[in-house]
Write a protein that binds this ligand. Structure first.
Ligand code: S3P
Length: 449
């Protein structure tokens, strides 16, 4: 499949986005370990998340899917069955890394495999701590890359200082910690998304937040079965938020989107770049805050993105780079080396495609320097098999002269299966539903209470 994108008409609409990918993976894993039946609504039934669902089924968990975004998970009180064959994680590093943590606590042997792109992703980051906890775990690939073979069981708690800021690594260590003797502490260099901790807490597992970058868990706890509604994915919303922000006068409202503050740093960047962005948390009952984001576009100006912000907008960097190309002045992204080991080398991919579309980009080893504003020209650009590159360049196409063709766009199914139909809305004047600004009135109403 290929996306053919034309310049967007005036953006003025209201959308929702599918369920959060990170939260979906964690919700189904923890529900599977629980002591009963859990209904998960708003589940993201994308290719990535379905890899996790099918892996859990292979480990003996009954999971029904009465409709695409609802799962009924029959938790088996932490008891998993040995899989009959290897577990295929497809393109999903989240599946592989979180499952490795879970399997480190099981007394049987399992082997995790994946597609060609996943076979290039680094796994030493999880192998090291899980081995220190007592699991027999080997990354069989040439550079500590997958497949991974794990023979777990009898783990001991560990205080682990992770050299990389990665929520997947944190998730793997905390899940292993649930099966370990005593206390397991995970310390990260910079705070990453906290969905594992929150989901564990929601299922009544006790964790201790030692400080902003350190969390502990005690072994031998069983999650209490509960139902959960997964909010929309702010990283999916980001594609449309950037489109609206970069169109002076554009207006977009996204409803029921996750507003966990370890995930919203991209909104702050858009504000720095000159857009008007407002968010209103409407519900925190299930621990994961959710609500409305509203953006009004403006002529954007360049900014610097680096440091602590990076892990908290890591998935939004491709589309923020597009905002950078459209902004006046220079946009600098630094300390983002992690982008080199995503589904593809995203720094190289962004630089390659932006240049094809006429932008002036300097590629550094840990980031990009983008000189705008660029009158982008429509072109044929590869996706490099990476969902977020495909979607970011579809957004670039909304601002380009002539047609933009994004090749091999099927990969968007990894995180956002409905992307193509929302893209069509953004390119067709007829389908743009006018939206009325809401956040002013919402704030007034909240103030009255
Ligand atoms: C994720 C963490 C991030 C992110 C990925 C999902 C998660 O990866 O890029 O899309 O669900 O934990 P890292 O842990 O490699 O930073």
């Amino acid at each position: 499949m290929e996306f053919r994108v034309k310049r967007a008409p005036r953006i003025d609409t209201e959308i929702t986005v599918p369920g959060d990918k990170s939260i979906s993976h964690r919700a189904v894993i923890i529900a599977a370990l629980s002591n009963g039946v859990c209904t998960l609504r708003g589940f993201l039934s994308s290719d990535d998340c379905m890899r996790t669902v099918n892996a859990l089924r292979a480990l003996g968990i009954r999971i029904e899917q009465p409709d695409p975004d609802t799962l009924v998970v029959h938790g088996k009180k932490r008891v998993l069955a040995p899989p009959k064959g290897e577990i295929d994680c497809g393109n999903s590093a989240t599946t592989m890394r979180l499952l490795a943590g879970l399997l480190a606590g099981q007394t049987f042997e399992s082997r995790l495999v994946g597609d060609a792109a996943l076979l290039r992703r680094p796994m030493d980051r999880i192998v090291t701590p899980l081995r220190e906890m007592g699991a027999a775990i080997v990354a069989e690939g040439p550079e500590q890359t997958p497949p991974i073979r794990i023979h777990g069981g009898s783990l001991r708690g560990l205080h682990y200082k992770s050299p990389v800021a990665s929520a997947q690594v944190k998730g793997a260590v905390l899940l292993a910690g649930l099966f370990a003797r005593g206390k397991t502490t995970f310390e990260e260099p910079v705070a990453t998304r906290n969905h594992t901790e929150l989901m564990l807490n929601y299922f009544l597992i006790r964790t201790v937040k030692e400080n902003d970058t350190s969390v502990s868990i005690f072994g031998d706890q069983t999650p209490e079965s509960r139902d959960f509604d997964i909010p929309g994915d702010i990283s999916s919303a980001a594609f449309w938020l950037v489109a609206a922000a970069a169109q002076p006068g554009g207006h977009l409202l996204v409803r029921n989107v996750g507003l966990n503050d370890t995930r919203t740093a991209a909104l702050g960047v858009l504000v720095r770049m000159g857009a008007q962005v407002r968010e209103a948390v409407e519900d925190v009952v299930q621990l994961e805050p959710r609500g409305i984001v509203e953006v009004t576009g403006a002529p954007l100006k360049g900014t610097v993105i680096q440091g602590k912000e990076i892990p908290q907008l890591i998935d939004e960097l491709p589309v923020l780079a597009i905002a950078g190309a459209l902004a006046s002045g220079t946009t600098i992204i630094r300390e983002a080396h992690e982008l080199r080991v995503k589904e593809t080398d995203r720094l190289a991919a962004i630089a390659h495609n932006l240049r094809i579309m006429g932008a002036q980009v300097l590629e550094m080893n840990d980031g990009l320097e983008i000189h705008g504003p660029t009158p982008l020209r429509g072109a044929r650009v590869p996706s490099f098999g990476d969902h977020r590159i495909a979607m970011a360049f579809a957004v670039a196409g909304l601002f380009a002269d002539g047609d933009t063709l994004v090749q091999d766009a099927d990969c968007v199914r990894e995180s956002y299966p409905e992307f193509a139909s929302t893209l069509e809305e953004f390119t067709s004047q007829k389908r743009m539903r006018t939206s009325t600004p809401v956040i002013g009135s919402l704030a007034a109403r909240l103030g009255e209470e």
